[in-house]
Write a protein that binds this ligand. Structure first.
Ligand SMILES: Nc1ncnc2c1ncn2[C@@H]1O[C@H](COP(=O)(O)OP(=O)(O)O)[C@@H](O)[C@H]1O
Ligand SMILES: [Mg+2]
Length: 283
């Protein structure tokens, strides 16, 4: 597997998404990015998971029982975004921040779409899972020659929307291949070099996830964000589209209707619609 075969998030790609870090550190020890995640609950989760991975990487905890995190909750509430933001934070702490040469100590994230792997989109599912872990361990095959003093690349592997991939053994309709897929997965997970790697799983079907996964990962529930967070997201995304407060008013009204909006993705769509309507109405 090569870098171009995977959905690879490098420091540069994450900087494009979150914007550069502003100089200095916040009191919570985290960096502050220009387009950072909004909401204190997100900040708190980021602080915890950063502390855990940083510890395992810094203290060379190669065989930790804790393999990573399981993010569960509804659609569009920031599970995948949190995985990216964690990686960006780890780039800030461990990586070269884009300043040094490309071969030096570096942090990347590999985003694996659970549904793609389950469908066998890239070939045999089990082989695919094996290859992903091998890639995370060794870097790209046929890549540049590694010298002994070349620091090893550190990797976050994000298995996104895993419900189709790791059905519980008790669920109705669980098929044989889920068992053997699980065993490849568990073998790779139990073998994971936790001093250089961490795995994140996301799902909106926590009820379907295998118990053995729950045992190896620290779970975080992502619930629907509070109104105050949704409002701030609307203003933030609105500002990027140069919308005025008056343009956003209808959206803010919807947000304040109890139970009307359950995800951040819905806010993004509403802001986009308001933007298009505004520009189409300009004479
Ligand atoms: N805390 C947050 N602040 C600002 N934007 C966010 C936040 N959480 C998620 N988003 C944005 O909302 C959208 C949906 O988030 P995503 O991570 O894809 O949700 P999920 O993986 O839970 O389905 C993305 O565009 C993401 O960047
Ligand atoms: Mg997602």
């Amino acid at each position: 597997m090569r870098d171009s075969d995977v959905d690879l998030y490098t420091f540069e790609r994450l900087r494009d998404e979150f914007g550069p870090f502003t100089p200095g550190e916040s009191p919570d020890g985290l960096g502050h990015a220009e387009r950072d995640l909004i909401g204190s609950r997100y900040r708190e989760i980021l602080r915890e998971i950063t502390a855990i991975v940083s510890y395992q990487w810094r203290e060379h905890m190669e065989r930790s029982a804790l393999k990573g995190f399981l993010f569960h909750g509804g659609v569009g509430v920031g599970k995948t975004a949190m995985g990216k933001r964690l990686t960006y934070e780890l780039c800030r702490r461990f990586g070269d921040n884009g300043m040094a040469g490309r071969n030096s100590d570096e942090v990347v994230m590999v985003l694996v779409d659970g549904a793609d792997v389950a469908r066998g989109r890239y070939g045999d599912t089990e082989e695919q899972i094996r290859e992903i872990f091998k890639y995370a361990r060794d870097g790209q095959s046929g890549g540049h020659h590694r010298h002994d003093n070349d620091p090893k690349r550190r990797t976050i592997i994000l298995f996104d929307d895993v419900e189709s991939l790791f059905l519980t053994r008790h669920s109705v309709g669980a098929k044989e291949w889920h068992f053997s897929q699980n065993s490849i997965f568990f073998h790779s997970i139990d073998d994971l070099d936790t001093a250089h790697t961490a795995v994140i799983l996301t799902t909106n079907r926590i009820d379907l996830v295998d118990e053995a996964i729950v045992d190896r990962f620290l779970s975080y529930e992502f619930s629907a964000p509070p109104v105050s967070v949704l409002e701030e997201v609307a203003r933030d995304k609105g500002k990027l589209q140069r919308l005025q407060e008056s343009d956003l008013q209808p959206i803010l009204n919807v947000i304040r209707t109890p139970g009307a909006v359950k995800s951040i993705r819905e806010i993004e769509r509403m802001v986009m619609r308001a933007y298009v309507e505004k520009l189409l109405n300009v004479p």
